[in-house]
Ligand binder design. Structure first.
Ligand code: SF4
Length: 361
């Protein structure tokens, strides 16, 4: 879709608003494609205020794509600890190596080139190309989808390929030839601060007079709600096995869920099992030993993707058998003070914190 006189007016209004209202963010102070790429990956499904300290730490440790490419995987994952979706960090690391190896250390400035890198989809490609390289390529994240759907009065939420294509076309139709990066950011910013999912602040909106949903008087009807995937409750038991002041940890297989992260061994409770029986069975299966439970350390709840997890952590000792871990990449006995050197999933981080604070041995 080509820009129309109306879309040009909308672009001008949004850019003027963005110039006045943009929130300061560290990645807005640079045009470095690597830094913009890092910020965009971190911002996926995570709020700006959460991302800022992660971004600053990351850039302090890996200021260039070369530095990131040379880093060890555990160091990279450690910098991501707490952000979740660890495959994003691993993809960033892999892509950095590819940029150094295949592109002389320069982030590609073509759509095909940048899309060929691991973990970069159409949204991230559009953000990097428009913001860093000033190319007229649209973006479409959740905020932009909502603004576009309301602005044009489109009953589209991007849930199907056809719906997504329509939204991309409309986002593209707004894009001006000059300042495409700022324009894309202005759309995202409007969605994040004014055109909110509930109670959009239409009276403060710079494009209200062009907005179809506002004219109709019910902006929240747009976009239509997406069907939410069903959440699943699971219970797991984890063993804090201790020996001579050290605790047993193992590294998850690299190619699976949360691959490469370290954890306390354990697993999912089966029907009719209590958490203690689950723990003893899991440890027998995973490590080939029988454990004696000492005490319950803690129970914690946490959520990831569509799972609601209740985790029961027990301190225990090996009672019999020879340790033969079979479900992990590597394993170690580690002193409590050294646990911080390893990257754990969010729930395990809480256990580590508890062990360190309480000096349990
Ligand atoms: S007028 Fe309201 S609904 Fe329309 S884009 Fe602005 S904030 Fe969103």
């Amino acid at each position: 879709m080509k820009p129309t006189p109306k879309s040009k007016t909308i672009a001008r209004a949004l850019l003027a608003w963005f110039d006045a209202e943009r929130r300061p963010m560290p990645w807005r102070e640079t045009r470095d494609p690597y830094r913009i790429w890092v910020s965009e990956i971190m911002l996926q499904q995570t709020q700006v205020k959460t991302v800022i300290p992660y971004y600053q730490r990351w850039i302090a440790s890996f200021p260039t794509v070369e530095k990131l490419a040379r880093a060890r995987e555990n160091t990279v994952l450690k910098h991501w600890e707490g952000l979740g979706y660890y495959s994003r960090a691993r993809n960033l690391h892999r892509a950095a190596k590819e940029v150094v190896r295949e592109h002389d250390g320069r982030v590609p400035d073509t759509l095909d080139g940048i899309l060929s890198l691991p973990g970069i989809g159409r949204y991230t490609a559009g953000a990097v190309l428009s913001i860093a390289y000033n190319q007229p390529v649209p973006v479409l994240d959740g905020n932009v989808k909502r603004v576009v759907s309301r602005l044009f009065g489109l009953m589209e939420n991007g849930a199907t390929r056809k719906s997504e294509t329509r939204l991309w076309e409309h986002a593209g139709s707004l894009l001006p030839a000059t300042r495409p990066g700022d324009f894309n950011q202005s759309l995202m910013e409007l969605g994040a601060t004014v055109c909110l999912p509930q109670n959009p602040m239409c009276l403060l909106c710079p494009i209200a007079k062009h907005c179809e949903a506002f004219k109709q008087g019910e902006p929240e009807r747009y976009p239509p709600p997406k069907q939410q995937p069903e959440t699943k409750k699971i219970e797991v038991s984890a063993a804090i096995i201790q020996k001579e002041g050290k605790v047993f940890i193992q590294q998850r297989p690299r190619d699976g869920l949360m691959g490469g992260l370290w954890e306390f061994p354990g697993g999912k409770r089966e029907k009719k099992e209590n958490p203690e029986d689950c723990l003893i069975r899991e440890i027998q299966e995973e490590l080939g030993v029988t454990v004696a439970i000492r005490e319950k350390l803690m129970t914690l709840k946490h959520a990831y993707t569509r799972f609601r997890v209740t985790l029961h952590a027990f301190t225990c000792d090996i009672e019999s058998g020879r340790l033969r871990p079979t479900h992990c990449e590597r394993w170690r006995w580690v002193r409590h003070r050294d646990l911080d050197k390893y990257t754990f999933p969010a729930a395990n981080v809480k256990i580590v914190k508890h062990l360190k604070e309480n000096g349990s041995s």
